[in-house]
Ligand binder design. Structure first.
Ligand SMILES: Nc1ncnc2c1ncn2[C@@H]1O[C@H](COP(=O)(O)OP(=O)(O)OP(=O)(O)O)[C@@H](O)[C@H]1O
Ligand SMILES: [Mg+2]
Length: 482
């Protein structure tokens, strides 16, 4: 499902965008999301990458322009195009404040819109390349003065919408998820807390043919049964005490789109029956109604307790479990994919430094090494919180170092590393001196590899002087090629 960019359009109710949608998606192969309100646009932006926003106003209105003005601050990288019946209806100051790329007059000419979007994205790409080139220039300048800097976006890291990963495990899972997205089958996502289940669900929706329709989220945990049923299936007025008017229900509100049911393991037996009926027949029956209503919704469910165990304990219907897992994904815990820790840490550091307006230079290799050894029971969420805290503690113009790492994590990492370093190691030689030396050779060699043969950093880590380290390298005949 390749596309050349994502465009979100905030349309006024009742206006006809069909020709423009066709031009943008057919001729230019953009992925287009048509939404009715700025709030919906922001929800979409929190889970997918958007390149350009188009907002429309009618005479005397400024809802669209206000939205673009806010976007300039909250998402400065998104290009902005404004559609208005008459430029005279807004002040030039207001237009300047939104810093739009271009405005277009209604009635809209779809071909002109297509061209403007294309040019805007070209301009942005040129701007981006310019920024990267000047950054590289600065980095090579810094190198000349002996500083070393890792690029923020490593070549091995990938993104599936907002999911960042580098590990083989996640790459395989995201490949299948992209294929699953194109189908209509229900999806079950399992995994420990904080592993990214919701992010995966959102990525699947926005890569599915349903992406222009809503994705509605319902957390099923800790909800009284009647309330949950009425939230999802709706109710008729008077169906129960307090039901003072008809309620539509999430399933019908999401018609054509996706409903994400979080913490599905928590639902009652009677809710399980209603959900099963929906999955089998595509029908919902609002509480208190006598007729069933058909609606076309794809279900993505998530659970952090293994459903299979609940089935075995008789707490979850087996037939429902089988229906839900049209595709089944198990998001691995972070400790089982240490390759993701570095790229995620750097991604979060850049994200939170930006959000806090801080200019940290990056994370030192030693810190990344330590982070990769931590087990993170709270998974990616815990790592993100930790990095956010470390960014807050780092001064502008400095690197994030282990000095800012939570003591508990640091201790866990050192314990693990020493364990790893010595496990299975059999010293060579017979005399004590020979055995101690072979151990020393091993420790120095591993520290050099960990620090990518940066001798100052290795010396600092081992508490040696640079000359002391150089002597040991010579004595043990260590070299970069092993
Ligand atoms: N691969 C990833 N790339 C970027 N951010 C991620 C990734 N995985 C998780 N996150 C971030 O970590 C946090 C937790 O992710 P999410 O809410 O999707 O987890 P979850 O599995 O649904 O957790 P829970 O079971 O507690 O509901 C979010 O802030 C999310 O943005
Ligand atoms: Mg969740």
């Amino acid at each position: 499902m390749d596309h050349s960019g994502t465009v979100v359009i905030v349309a006024r109710p009742g206006s006809d965008w069909s020709d423009s949608l066709e031009v943008l998606s057919e001729r230019y192969a953009y992925r287009v999301l048509l939404v009715g309100t700025p709030a919906e646009a922001l929800t979409a932006m929190s889970s997918i990458h958007v390149d350009l926003a188009v907002a429309e106003d009618r005479q005397e209105e400024t809802v669209g322009l206000d939205f673009l003005t806010r976007l300039r601050v909250s998402h400065p990288e998104i290009m902005r195009v404004y559609v208005t019946p008459a430029p005279s209806s807004v002040s030039y100051q207001a237009l300047a404040k939104a810093a739009i790329y271009q405005f277009l007059l209604t009635p809209l000419d779809p071909a002109q819109l297509g061209l403007v979007v294309e040019r805007a994205l070209e301009a942005r790409e040129l701007h981006r390349r310019h920024r990267i080139l000047s950054r590289e220039f600065k980095i090579s300048g810094a190198l000349m003065f002996g500083e070393r800097r890792e690029p923020v976006f490593r070549p091995e890291s990938h993104q599936f919408e907002k999911l960042v990963y580098a590990s083989e495990k996640m790459a395989e899972m995201c490949d299948v998820a992209k294929q699953a997205a194109a189908t209509e089958l229900p999806i079950l996502i399992q995994g420990e807390t904080g592993t990214g289940k919701e992010l995966l669900a959102r990525a699947i929706h926005y890569n599915s043919p349903r992406r222009a329709s809503p994705l509605l989220v319902q957390n099923c945990g800790g909800m009284p049964d009647e309330l949950l049923q009425s939230e999802l299936f709706g109710h008729k007025r008077g169906a129960f005490t307090g039901a003072i008017s008809d309620r539509l229900g999430l399933f019908r509100a999401a018609d054509g789109g996706t409903v994400f049911l979080d913490e599905i393991s928590d639902v009652s037996p009677s809710f399980q029956v209603s959900l099963l009926r929906f999955l089998q027949e595509g029908e919902v029956k609002p509480l208190g109604a006598d007729k069933v209503i058909h609606c076309n919704v794809r279900i993505i469910a998530a659970s952090n307790k293994p459903l299979q165990d609940l089935v075995a304990q008789g707490k979850f219907r087996q037939d429902l479990y089988f229906r839900l897992k049209g595709f089944e994904f198990e998001v691995p815990p972070l400790r089982d994919r240490p390759d993701d820790i570095g790229p995620l840490a750097e991604f979060f550091a850049a994200k939170h430094a930006d959000a806090m307006g801080r200019k940290v230079l990056g994370i030192t290799a030693n810190t990344l090494e330590k982070l990769a050894l931590c087990s993170f029971p709270g998974n990616v969420r815990e790592l993100e919180n930790e990095i956010r805290r470390m960014v807050a503690l780092t001064n502008d113009g400095e690197y994030i170092t282990t000095r800012n790492m939570a003591p508990s994590l640091l201790a866990a990492a050192s314990a693990r590393r020493q364990g790893d370093g010595l496990r299975g190691f059999v010293p060579e030689g017979i005399t004590l001196k020979d055995q101690v030396e072979s151990l020393e050779k091993q420790i120095v060699g591993r520290a050099l590899i960990r620090n990518h043969w940066n001798q100052s950093r290795t010396a600092a880590e081992l508490g040696l002087s640079r000359v002391g380290l150089a002597n040991k390298i010579k004595r043990y005949n260590l070299n970069e090629n092993g």
